[in-house]
Design a protein around this ligand. Sequence first.
Ligand code: NAD
Ligand SMILES: O=C[C@H](O)CS(=O)(=O)O
Length: 489
Amino acid sequence: MPLTIQHDDLLPGRNFIGGQWREAQEGRRFDVTDPATDAVFATVPDSGALDAAAALEAAHAAFASWRAVPAKQRAQILRRWNDLVLAHQDDLGRLISREQGKPLAEGRGEVAYASSYVDWFAGEATRANGDVIPAPVPGRRMFALKEPVGVVAAITPWNFPAAMIARKIAPALAAGCTVVCKPAEDTPLTSLALVRLAEMAGVPSGVLNIVTASRQRAAEVVDVWLDDPRVRKISFTGSTPVGKHLARRSADTLKKLSLELGGNAPFIVFDDADLDAAVDGLMVAKFRNGGQTCVCPNRVFVHSAVHDTFVDKLAARVSALKVGPASDEASQVGPMINARAVEKIERHVNDAVERGAQVVVGGQRLASMGSNYFAPTLLVGVDSSMACSMEETFGPVAPVTRFDDAADVIRAANGTPFGLAAYFYTRDVRRVWRLADALECGLVGINEGALAAEAAPFGGVKESGYGREGSVHGLDEYVHLKYLCQGQV
Ligand SMILES: NC(=O)c1ccc[n+]([C@@H]2O[C@H](COP(=O)([O-])OP(=O)(O)OC[C@H]3O[C@@H](n4cnc5c(N)ncnc54)[C@H](O)[C@@H]3O)[C@@H](O)[C@H]2O)c1
Ligand SMILES: O=C[C@H](O)CS(=O)(=O)O
């Protein structure tokens, strides 16, 4: 099925600054490619410092009036945005699949997922309650108010181009903040389409601004925002090295930061687990988006007593996965995002094999399909010395390690600088709580492979970052508390 868009006005192809669709001031553009074919199918502005500064001016100018808009009205605008997102679910799903490569069902599913955050934060806008504090001394009244922090810079990755934008922009607007956004260079079109729908929903001029830039110019754009004291918050999802750079560079102006960074999730199968459920959970968690998800299991630990049975069941499922372009409705695993991604996956598999792992399924590129395809892969005999155990592979590779002792596997699971997600399967209720306490991470799947939900707090610990998106805590990332103390009462 061709991934064509029915509504051309979803493809503005320009930056949105101060309520106007504009070319980059230096007039440059860069290519957007279809990862299924490597064909260029669109171009967008290759912005620089001038565009970043203009977006910031617009956001700063709009802040005073936007924060004064009653919360109920901000919520209504967000709801209109959400209605438009859902009304364009098919087009947006096709756009995501076209520029990101995920199967069409996942593209459509991501639109619904993105929408769930807009809907959620429309509700949260009206519940940004403060506190009335019992005064410890007579003659005083004490209050804590929630105030929007100011201009927010949102910097997003390519793997969930709609959901990551929604998860940042919706709470920022709900709180009364204005936004400058730089989407990932691999997937700018979905972000521009969402901003176009926000414009149609009535988000006022200057409140939401977006500038696109190539990989080479991303830092030039973001540095303008990092260095300017008027940007009060950076909300970033992406790799840990870039997250650390943002934290360092924004230190001089002491901005508030949310950093949703890389993971290295363990997936542990105990000897008393329901093995069919564990295989189901691993398939969902590992192969969603071709393994390019920050919460994907990156290390699979299986108890020796069930190892061979589990591996046999898993091998049958992995070999049955249908790889293909998103334009084929039957595809379950699409192309990887780009050549760099495939090179990393190949390096991890080759390194594992050289160090003694065995390939049970897959293990190589699918070059006949295109340059960005890698076969769904199952490795056994993996150990902690291998690159695939230490670094996030971000691809369709399930590396299995055998274990015998619960204390050892907890140590191994925690033996990484990262701490985003972890999963385990067991029927022992005491073990459930021991593991839930012991695992060093922000999200735990207990006999469950699908974790994310707008109502849940999403975020990591250690070098997976800090801050939480979604849930009743998500809005707090975009407000500060102001304490009022009234005397002579
Ligand atoms: N924790 C989470 O919620 C979460 C969610 C999705 C992705 N991720 C992580 O993101 C990574 C994959 O995404 P990616 O490759 O797009 O990450 P990335 O860090 O390379 O890029 C993310 C964004 O940062 C921008 N960027 C790159 N270099 C920059 C610089 N020097 N200064 C300013 N901005 C810069 C990019 O243009 C892009 O918009 C993985 O590690 C994945 O785990 C984490
Ligand atoms: O890649 C990271 C995500 O945050 C995706 S999800 O929220 O887990 O769907």
